[in-house]
Design a protein. Sequence first.
Lengths: 111, 114
Amino acid sequence: LAKTTQPISMDSYEGQEVNITCSHNNIATNDYITWYQQFPSQGPRFIIQGYKTKVTNEVASLFIPADRKSSTLSLPRVSLSDTAVYYCLVGGGGNNRKLIWGLGTSLAVNP
Amino acid sequence: NAGVMQNPRHLVRRRGQEARLRCSPMKGHSHVYWYRQLPEEGLKFMVYLQKENIIDESGMPKERFSAEFPKEGPSILRIQQVVRGDSAAYFCASSPPNSINEQFFGPGTRLTVL
């Protein structure tokens, strides 16, 4: 089974770009990589999902190298409201109904 | 289209009582997931259900915990004989059948065991 590893915490400042990397060495061929954001006292919220190369939406970008053993969530020009916990999730492709959640990265954005 | 609904939002129980947590998935979603989050900790997967079927319960404690998702009505997470260590936020999520990675979460139920 794939296991995901991500930093426990990160610090940043307003206006900076933040990159959070998740390692998933045993990712299966059909597995997708998904990232969620969670604010205190709320349920997580889907941010972005990808399979390979690069995916971009209005919130973030997701970079996945060719070997797919890691992925990087990139948040451009963070603001104070981006302070949250970010989870990496692997799985769900094909017939794989197993979803492996990371322990989350607590991002603190400072003024 | 209402989001995932959970009730109650807050639940207080004394040790030894039963706790029943309800989750109504988004309209059109047939997959439900339950997660537990202890204070200051990450999200821990508990169980994954489809209508009338348990797909994956590898995260469920072996005793006192059970979950169901009947053909009609909400999904229920049931905790019997609660202990203080069961105090946590319990989140429910739902997804359509062809996109289990894109889960929509409810607001959670905060269980406090006295």
